[in-house]
Design a protein around this ligand. Structure first.
Ligand SMILES: Nc1ncnc2c1ncn2[C@@H]1O[C@H](COP(=O)(O)OP(=O)(O)O)[C@@H](O)[C@H]1O
Ligand SMILES: [Mg+2]
Length: 381
């Protein structure tokens, strides 16, 4: 089975790694990546076609090479997916991509499904922003509708005096203004749906961000809101006829969830599943898009995932922490860039060293205030 992937970053890399494990060998998967970067970190795991996404050769390469096409991120031209799906199975579909690559489409869809979101308004000019602030209230976040990730393309607004500077920093692109949600915690639900419509749901992850970037995810066993989150992602998946792994980020407001955004792909908050779940989100994505039965998503050991932003800590020191597994994506370190992650697994249900081990890793990546937050949280008590 030849799997063509649009994008050549770490998500494409981990998809290929999952497809090349011995227990997936019956599917005999080969991988090719179309990505404009010559040094794409997935390239070592398959064939690499170095083309800009909108160059006709990008489509041609995927069409000629692949049995099935997928993508690793949503900032790709919808037109490429639309053209490809005329001639090849492409999962997730262009319909899913159209929804998920635009924050306005996404929020409208959630609301149409009866799923709550933050209050929001569209902003295409400074005048719109002034009106939107009246509608939505302050504090609020101005976000570009497209191409935002890791908190990029976002400005927090706390005072009316900040509007002009905020608009100037993002203009002239289409934006939305969202009210700032005072959530109790952030969680995400990851699930995979195959062509036949079977859905496998992962246990919720609790997520901690700093500077708009995910820093820590904790797998949650038997969370009381698991079913409520599953109902949300099921509605979205079934409405779109979605195929593949998807994540929905949720703000827990206490009495209910508000949906933040959806990702039509494997998701950073699901990386814990590589070591913590019986089958990872990457395996289930590949099984879903090739219409195989999905595998067991349940937790085999509680797992925390810590992102490595801007650099890799001393690997020998990490190796001395029991249950810690370091993934180095092989990317050139740059400030703010995700270059790897560490999964920290508990040894059984009553591992007294689990939280201290997470804290050691957070110390290695200089997340002292996250340590304080984790110690205050009721989660592992
Ligand atoms: N409306 C909001 N209210 C409160 N926090 C928010 C809101 N929108 C975003 N955030 C915070 O910023 C993070 C990143 O924003 P998000 O919209 O998920 O963008 P990205 O595409 O960069 O992940 C969120 O996970 C959350 O911590
Ligand atoms: Mg997000």
């Amino acid at each position: 089975m030849k799997v063509g992937i649009i994008g050549g970053g770490q998500l494409a890399q981990m998809l290929a790694q999952a497809g090349q494990t011995t227990d997936m060998s019956s599917l005999a998967m080969d991988f090719a990546f179309v990505a404009p970067e010559k040094d794409a970190c997935a390239a070592a795991y398959g064939k690499h076609f170095v083309y800009p996404y909108l160059e006709p050769k990008a489509k041609e390469a995927l069409e000629n090479w692949s049995d099935v096409v997928t993508y690793e991120f949503e900032s790709i031209p919808v037109a490429l997916v639309q053209e490809l799906e005329k001639v090849k199975p492409v999962h997730p579909s262009s319909k899913a991509l159209t929804l998920a690559s635009d924050r306005l489409n996404e929020k409208n869809m959630f609301n149409q499904q009866g799923i709550e979101t933050a209050r929001f308004a569209t902003v295409n000019s400074l005048e719109d922003l002034q009106k939107a602030v009246v509608e939505v209230g302050l504090p609020a976040i101005l976000k570009t509708r497209r191409d935002g990730y890791d908190g990029k393309g976002q400005v927090v607004l706390r005072d009316e005096s900040e509007l002009v500077a905020a608009w100037d920093s993002l203009a002239p692109v289409a934006c939305i203004l969202e009210s700032m949600v005072n959530f109790k915690r952030e969680v995400s639900i990851v699930a995979s749906r195959n062509v036949a419509g079977e859905i496998a749901y992962y246990p919720l992850a609790e997520n901690y961000h700093r500077e708009g970037i995910l820093r820590l995810s904790l797998s949650l066993q038997h969370d009381p809101k698991q079913q409520e989150a599953q109902d949300i992602i099921r509605k979205v998946m079934e409405d779109v006829g979605y195929v593949g792994t998807m994540a929905v980020e949720l703000f827990d407001l206490g009495d209910k969830f508000a949906a933040n955004e959806l990702s039509p792909r494997v998701h950073n908050s699901g990386h814990w599943s590589m070591d913590g779940a019986i089958a990872s989100q990457f395996k289930n994505h590949l099984l879903a898009i090739t219409n195989q039965p999905l595998q067991d998503t349940s937790i085999q050991n509680a797992t925390a995932m810590v992102n490595l932003i801007g650099g890799i800590p001393d690997k020998k020191a990490v190796a001395r922490i029991p249950g810690a597994v370091l993934y180095d994506y092989g990317k050139e370190p740059k400030p703010g860039r995700k270059v790897g992650h560490i999964n920290i697994c508990a040894d059984g249900d009553n591992d007294e060293n689990f939280v201290p081990n997470i804290i050691k890793v957070l110390g290695m990546v200089n997340q002292q205030d996250l340590i304080a937050e984790l110690l205050k949280s009721s989660f592992y008590k």
